[in-house]
Write a protein that binds this ligand. Structure first.
Ligand SMILES: Cc1ncc(COP(=O)(O)O)c(C=O)c1O
Length: 474
């Protein structure tokens, strides 16, 4: 790897070569300290984190309640192996999650992140049927333009052609199947009502069940609100109810991936409470907002149906990892959850900063005189999570040149250079995942209105600078 970042990165800097195999073609700048939504780099630059890393840091960094809980736990018990010993923070966190779910969940399994949580979901679903006299159930149905993790099984489950391309030859296409995404702005047909669109998707799922043999289907899996593959896309009203009805009809499981959208990101603890027709799943994965970045932790949440199935059979989870239910991770996550609840942060998200973020983005990117307006396909979201999908299909857009990289990535780099962390992706607008550049903002739940204003100003400035650099005449 070159020791100089390419010109497309906002932080061109001479660095001694890193020994880390980084995930970026450039060497990322090094963070040395952080406080709230502010991150300081080793060169002294101060960034505002408008995206919580990757929708993770839901209460910002260095919250005193959480750092205290971690320090206290490290003085008590830093590690026990979960096949020998349990620990207090893990037991307490599991109870907390069950109680907060108001009856939706009955048991919890802990893991170390989102991909592990989705692996855990796949294996728990299989264990449930294997142990309850239906071992023929082996087929999972998920959706195109989805992301469920970076392991082989979760890449097989999800579907995003460019992300899975290097591994396609070794992915499992025998047990993992796909139906259409639920993305009305791009895939609802002209003249089709919302009800008709939902019915088309419901029928497609039922047809897939029938084609596979309904008695062989383990379940249907979806992100409640789609994250990185299409940019904060909620399903049409009635969609999850309809998809669950198919699962129920054939005895399969209805499974939600709330790794990104859950634990408060949409303004409710679980995204299905506000953006999923209120339909609770049989199994659910959570991760990012669970530990808020203070710990590498994820969880599999089991409904009473699945919990009873496991309890009535082997009675234990036939799945696990060395760091599962780690005491430090659980103490950190418990403290994060207590901060979210105790400081009433979801109210701040739903009533104050979320609506402000949405309205400022719309005003400054789509409002009268907004430079970016002709290239904004859609601004959508809810809670503390917004996506902006760009479209350069018009003749004016096609003439712009962003130096060979996608617009959203160029905006991400420019924003970083302007002191703002946001995320940019390609995909969403077409099933090949190539069209539809989108930017994502997912600030901490305790961000202030003044900080939201600064975030939007810096973001819009970055967007406009990239447009002008691309040849747009102001
Ligand atoms: C919906 C969804 N599922 C799973 C994952 C994988 O989580 P992790 O990166 O923690 O392994 C992600 C990560 O972005 C995600 O957005």
């Amino acid at each position: 790897m070159s020791s100089t970042a390419p010109a497309t990165n906002g932080h061109v800097k001479k660095l001694s070569p890193s020994a880390i195999l980084h995930r970026t073609p450039w060497q990322p700048p090094i963070a040395t300290s952080a406080e709230g939504i502010y991150i300081t780099l080793d060169n002294g630059t101060r960034l505002i984190d408008a995206v919580g890393g990757a929708a993770v840091a839901c209460i910002g960094s260095n919250h005193p309640t959480v750092t205290k809980a971690i320090k206290e736990q490290v003085d008590k018990v830093s590690y026990v192996y979960n096949m020998q010993l349990s620990n207090q923070p893990a037991e307490e966190l599991a109870h907390y999650l069950i109680e907060a779910s108001k009856g939706a969940f009955d048991l919890v399994g802990f893991v170390s992140g989102g991909s592990e949580a989705m692996e855990g979901v796949i294996k728990t679903a299989r264990q449930y049927f294997y142990e309850s006299g239906q071992p023929q159930r082996k087929n999972f149905i998920a959706r195109e333009l989805s992301f469920h993790g970076n392991t082989i099984a979760t890449l097989s489950l999800a579907y995003h052609p460019t992300r899975r391309a290097p591994y396609a030859a070794i992915l499992d296409s025998e047990n993992f199947h796909h139906v259409s995404p639920a993305y009305a702005a791009r895939f609802q047909k002209k003249g089709e009502s919302e009800e008709q669109y939902v019915e088309r998707l419901r029928k497609e799922l039922e047809d897939k069940f029938i084609a596979l043999g309904p008695e062989t289907v383990v379940g249907f899996v979806a992100e409640t609100v789609v994250g990185a593959t299409s940019g904060v896309v909620a399903a049409p009203k009635g969609y999850f109810k309809a998809m669950k009805s198919v699962c129920d009809k054939y005895g399969a499981l209805f499974i939600l991936d709330e790794v990104m959208s859950g634990m408060g990101r949409m303004g409710t603890l679980h995204a299905w409470e506000s953006y999923g027709d209120g339909v609770s799943p049989d199994l659910q994965a959570v991760a990012k907002g669970l530990g808020g970045g203070y710990a590498a932790i994820g969880a599999v949440l089991l409904s009473k149906r699945v919990a009873d199935g496991v309890r009535d059979a082997s009675g234990f989870w036939k799945h696990g990892h060395t760091y599962q239910a780690n005491p430090l991770s659980c103490a950190a996550a418990l403290a994060v959850q207590k901060v979210v609840a105790g400081e009433n942060l979801l109210k701040n998200v739903t009533e104050v900063v979320g609506p402000l973020l949405g309205s400022l983005l719309r005003e400054k990117l789509q409002g009268p005189g907004a430079l970016a307006a002709p290239f904004v396909f859609d601004i959508r979201g809810g809670g503390a999570w917004y996506g902006i999908e760009w479209d350069f299909d018009s003749p004016a857009g096609a003439n712009l040149d962003f130096g060979g990289q996608g617009f959203a990535l160029a905006v991400q780099a420019r924003a970083l250079a302007n002191g703002l962390a946001v995320m940019g992706f390609a995909g969403g607008a077409s099933l090949d995942g190539l069209k539809g550049h989108h930017s994502m903002l997912s600030p901490a739940y305790n961000v202030t209105p003044a900080e939201i204003e600064t975030i939007v100003d810096l973001f819009v400035r970055s967007v406009e600078e990239v447009l002008k650099a691309g040849g747009l005449q102001a």
